[in-house]
Ligand binder design. Structure first.
Ligand code: TPP
Ligand code: MG
Length: 780
C-alpha cells in the first residue's frame, strides 16, 4: 500500500479509517463490482428469455462508480442521509443493499424482470431502500438540492427536527448529467436559497452514451459550482499516482497525464500496459528520469498506475468525504474515474451499453476464485476474509439505523368543507386565490402544513393573498423594504423562517422538482406537507419531465395551472395551452380537474388535500381560468351528489332518452348553457352534462366499465343519441365519452395554435361559441 504521507486534495482532512477497515473496504469494492457485473450478466446470459428482447444493463457505468459508492455506503453515509444514485449504477446500489441484507438474491436474479430489482433505482418499485428514484438524467441530483431546501424549511417549522443532526442530501452523478440544463437551474436556485448539506459526487469518467466527453469540461464544472457557492473537491490522482509524481521523472509524467486528451486516455486504458508504454516512451523519450520511472514498471504495474485516478483510490475518496463532512457547505466532488474500471470493457468508447461476453465473465470469475454455483455468495472466494467482512458490514453506520429509514407521517385532518367565496362573478383562478386566502386566515393543521411555491408567477396566479398572510420562507429574516418605506402596495411580503411560501425564479423544472421534494417530506423527514404550486398552464410543458419524475416517485402535491386555453384571449398563441387536458388524462400519479365554478373548485381542493395523504392517493392537477363566470345559484348537496369529484354530473337531464346531450368542461360553461337553452327553446331538450375531471371519469370507466360513473350518467341516453363535447382544450379530451354507449359525437375544442383576440371572436374562430355548439349538435 502507498504510504499515507499526504492527502491527494489540497487542504484535505485525512480520513481516519484504519488499515484493517481499509482492507475491508477494498474487498467490498471488489465484491460490489463483481456482484453488479454478475447481476447484469445473469439477466442477459443465464436467465431464460421468452421475448427475444435484449435485457441490457450497464456494467461499465457500474464499475466506474464502485469505489465512490463503496466509500459512501460502507463508510461516509449516516442512516439519516438520503441518496440519489445515478441511474446506470442501479446494480451497484442493489449489490450494496444485498450485502447489507436489504435486498434478496431472488430480486437480483430477476434484475430487469417483472418484480425484480429495477433497471434504475425506484422508490416505488424496488424492494430495497431507495431514497430518490432516478432514470431521467439530471433530475435526481437536482432533487437532492431541493430536498435540502425542504429540510431547511422543516427544521425551522418543527423543533424536533431542529434538534436532530441535519440529513445530508447526496447525489452520485454521471458526468453527462452535467449537460442537462435543469442541473444549472437547480444550482442557481440553490445559491439563492443558501443551499446546505448537499453533496454531488460526479463520476467523472469522461464518457457518456455516445462516446468521450469534451476535454477540460471539468474546468467549466468547477467554475460553475464555485460561482454558485459550492466547495469543489477535485479527485484527480490516486495515492499511487501521487507517489509516482514525487519520484524523479514524476513531474513529467504528471504533465503528460494532464495534457492527455480524454479520448486517448480512454483508448490507452482499454489497450493496457503495452500501449501506455509505447505512448509514454514516445513522448517522454528525452526525459531520462521519466523514462526510467516508466521503464521499471511491468505492463500490469503501468496499467494500475495510469488508472489509479482519484475516483478509484479509496483513500483519496475517503479523504474527500472527511473534508466535506467538516461543515455543511454544499460540496461537488469531481472524481476522475474510468468507465468500466477493472473490466475488459474499460475505457472503450462503445462501452456504455457493452456487456462482457461469457468468456470474459468466466475469466473475471476465475480471477476472483469464485467457484461455479457460488456466484451469488456474498463473499465467495474470499475464504478467511469472509467472517471479518460480514462483521464489518454489520457494523457499518448506514447499516445500523436507530430506527427505520422508511418514514411516514400521521394523517392530518382536513375540514369537512372549504369556504366557497361569496361573490356573484368569479373566475376559478380568483376563487383559488380566495380559498387560499381564507385558509391562510384559518387556524387549522391543514393551513399550517400547506407550503406554496411558484416560479415567479405568485401574483399572477393569485397566490398573493395567501403570501400576505403566511409570509415568504427565508432562513434569514428580511424586511419588506417597500412597506418600511411606506410605498403603497397590495403585496406585504415578509421574509421570515416562519413563512410558508417558497419563491422560485422562472424555471418550471425547478417548480416540479421542488414540488416532488416537498411532496416526499413524509417519506424523507416523517413530516406531512401539503405543497401547492402554481404556474401558467402552457408552461407545464416546460417542466413536464420533472412533473413526470415527481409523479413517478409518488410525491404528493397540488399543481394549480392558470390561466389556460384560448380563454386567455389577448395573450395570444404562445401563452394559450391546448394539449394540457390530455396530459391530465395521460399522466399517471396525477388526478386532474378542470372545474368551472367556485363551489366545484372548493370541493375539489378539499378532496385533493385528503387524496394527497391517502395511501392509494397521488398528486393533483387543477386547470383553472381567468374568465369571470356568473356563479350559479344551486347548492352543492342538491346538484352534485359526489359527481364533482367523480368527474361529472347532470346539470339538466335530457328530456327524453333520444334527446342527446351537451357535455362541457371548464370556462366554456356559459356557451354550453346558452346552446342548451337555445336547443331547449326549439324543442330539442338535450341534457347538459358538466364535466370536472375527464381523467377520473376515464380511469373509472376503464376499470369498472358498465358500472362506472360515466356509464351510469350516460345511461340516460339511448345509443346513437347525439352528444356534443366542448372544452377550451384538445377535443380528444372528452370525445371518448361517445364510445361508452355508442353515441354520435361531434367533439368541439382547440386543436390548432391559438392567437390574440377577444373571447367572442376567438370562441367563434375555434368553434366554441353557442352557435357552433348548436350547429354541431344538429349535425350529430
Ligand atoms: C433525460 C435523459 N436523456 C437521455 C437518457 C439516455 N441516457 C442514459 S445514460 C446516458 C449517458 C449517461 O452518461 P453519464 O451520465 O456520463 O453516465 P455514465 O458514464 O456513468 O454511464 C444517456 C444519454 C436518459 N437516461 N435521460
Ligand atoms: Mg460518464
Amino acid at each position: 500500500m502507498v504510504p499515507r504521507d499526504e492527502p491527494a486534495i489540497p487542504e484535505a482532512i485525512p480520513h481516519d479509517v484504519g488499515d484493517g477497515a481499509l482492507r475491508c473496504l477494498q474487498d467490498l469494492e471488489n465484491r460490489v463490482r463483481w456482484l453488479s457485473s454478475w447481476t447484469i450478466h445473469h439477466a442477459n446470459h443465464i436467465r431464460e428469455h421468452v421475448d427475444g428482447l435484449k435485457v441490457g444493463g450497464h456494467q461499465a457505468s457500474c464499475a466506474s462508480a464502485v469505489t465512490l459508492m463503496t466509500a459512501l455506503y460502507f463508510h461516509a453515509l449516516r442512516p439519516q442521509d438520503r441518496v440519489a444514485v445515478k441511474p446506470h449504477a442501479s446494480p451497484v446500489f442493489h449489490a450494496i443493499q444485498y450485502l447489507m441484507g436489504h435486498q434478496s438474491r431472488e430480486n437480483l436474479e430477476n434484475f430487469r424482470a417483472k418484480g425484480g430489482a429495477q433497471s434504475y433505482p425506484s422508490r416505488t418499485k424496488d424492494a430495497d431502500d431507495v431514497d430518490f428514484s432516478t432514470g431521467s438524467v439530471g433530475l435526481g441530483p437536482a432533487m437532492t438540492a431541493f430536498s435540502s431546501i425542504v429540510q431547511d424549511y422543516l427544521r425551522r417549522h418543527h423543533d424536533d427536527l431542529r434538534r436532530e443532526e441535519p440529513r445530508r442530501m447526496i447525489a452520485v452523478v454521471g458526468d453527462a448529467e452535467m449537460d442537462e440544463g435543469n442541473m444549472y437551474e437547480a444550482l442557481w436556485e440553490g445559491w439563492k436559497h443558501d443551499l446546505r448539506n448537499c453533496w454531488w459526487i460526479i463520476d467523472y469518467n469522461r464518457q457518456s452514451l455516445d462516446g468521450v466527453v469534451t476535454d477540460h469540461l471539468f474546468r467549466l464544472i468547477d467554475r460553475l459550482f464555485r460561482t454558485t457557492g459550492w466547495r469543489v473537491l477535485n479527485l484527480k490522482y490516486g495515492k499511487r499516482m501521487m507517489a509516482a509524481f514525487k519520484r524523479p521523472g514524476g513531474k513529467a509524467l504528471k504533465k503528460w497525464i494532464n495534457d492527455c486528451p480524454n479520448d486517448l486516455y480512454s483508448a490507452l486504458t482499454f489497450q493496457g500496459g503495452a500501449a501506455w508504454r509505447e505512448h509514454l516512451m514516445g513522448d517522454l523519450a528525452d526525459d531520462s528520469a521519466a523514462a526510467a520511472l516508466i521503464g521499471e514498471c511491468t505492463d500490469d504495474d503501468l496499467q494500475a498506475l495510469m488508472t489509479n485516478l482519484g475516483g478509484h483510490c479509496l483513500e483519496t475518496v475517503l479523504d474527500a468525504f472527511a473534508t466535506a463532512a467538516k461543515d455543511d457547505r454544499p460540496t461537488c466532488f469531481i472524481a476522475y474515474t474510468v468507465k468500466g474500471w477493472g473490466l475488459p470493457l474499460q475505457g472503450h468508447k462503445d462501452n456504455h451499453a457493452g456487456i462482457m461476453t461469457p468468456d470474459q465473465m468466466a475469466g473475471y470469475q476465475a480471477g476472483l476464485g469464485i467457484a461455479d454455483g457460488d456466484e451469488w455468495e456474498p463473499f465467495a472466494g474470499m475464504k478467511e476474509r469472509a467472517e471479518a467482512l460480514r462483521a464489518f458490514v454489520d457494523a457499518v453506520p448506514f447499516n445500523r439505523p436507530p430506527e427505520s429509514r422508511q418514514m411516514s407521517a400521521a394523517h392530518i385532518d382536513i375540514p369537512d368543507t372549504l369556504p366557497v367565496p361569496d361573490q356573484d362573478t368569479l373566475s376559478t383562478q380568483e376563487a383559488f386565490g380566495r380559498i387560499m386566502y381564507d385558509l391562510a386566515g384559518s387556524r387549522t393543521d391543514l393551513a399550517d402544513r400547506i407550503v406554496t411555491t411558484s416560479p415567479d408567477v405568485t401574483q399572477s396566479t393569485n397566490l398573493g393573498g395567501w403570501v400576505n398572510r403566511r409570509g415568504i420562507f427565508a432562513r434569514d429574516e428580511k424586511a419588506d423594504v417597500f412597506r418600511a418605506e411606506q410605498v403603497p402596495s397590495a403585496q406585504k411580503w415578509e421574509f421570515t423562517d416562519a413563512g410558508q411560501h417558497l419563491e422560485l425564479g422562472i424555471a418550471e423544472n425547478n417548480l416540479f422538482i421542488l414540488l416532488g421534494a416537498l411532496g416526499l417530506s413524509h417519506h424523507h423527514f416523517g413530516k406531512r406537507l401539503f405543497p401547492v404550486g402554481t404556474l401558467y398552464d402552457p408552461f407545464i410543458a416546460r417542466g413536464l419531465d420533472s412533473l413526470n419524475y415527481a409523479c413517478y416517485q409518488d410525491a404528493r402535491f397540488m399543481v394549480v395551472a392558470t390561466p389556460s386555453g384560448i380563454t386567455l384571449a389577448p395573450e395570444g398563441g404562445a401563452h394559450q395551452s391546448v394539449s394540457t387536458p390530455l396530459i391530465g388524462i395521460g399522466q399517471p400519479g396525477l388526478a386532474s380537474f378542470e372545474p368551472a365554478y367556485a363551489d366545484e373548485l372548493a370541493a375539489i381542493m378539499r378532496w385533493g388535500f385528503d387524496y394527497m395523504q391517502a395511501d392509494d392517493g397521488g398528486a393533483v392537477y387543477l386547470r383553472l381560468s381567468t374568465r369571470p363566470l356568473t356563479q350559479p345559484d344551486w347548492t352543492m348537496e342538491e346538484k352534485f351528489n359526489g359527481g364533482v369529484i367523480a368527474g361529472a354530473y347532470w346539470r339538466t337531464r335530457p328530456a327524453a332518452a333520444d334527446a342527446g346531450g351537451i357535455v362541457y368542461m371548464g370556462a366554456v360553461a356559459p356557451e354550453a348553457e346558452a346552446a342548451h337553452a337555445t336547443l331547449a327553446g326549439s324543442g330539442e331538450a338535450p341534457g347538459l352534462l358538466a364535466v370536472t375531471s375527464p381523467d377520473r371519469l376515464f380511469e373509472d370507466w376503464r376499470t369498472r366499465g358498465p358500472d362506472s360513473h360515466i356509464a351510469s350518467l350516460l345511461d340516460a341516453l339511448t345509443p346513437g343519441a347525439p352528444l356534443v363535447t366542448v372544452l377550451d382544450g384538445h377535443p380528444a379530451t372528452l370525445s371518448w365519452m361517445a364510445g361508452v354507449h355508442g353515441h354520435r359525437n361531434r367533439p368541439l375544442g382547440v386543436d390548432r395554435f391559438g392567437q390574440c383576440g377577444d373571447l367572442p371572436s376567438l370562441y367563434e374562430e375555434y368553434g366554441l361559441d353557442a352557435d357552433s355548439i348548436c350547429a354541431a349538435f344538429r349535425e350529430a
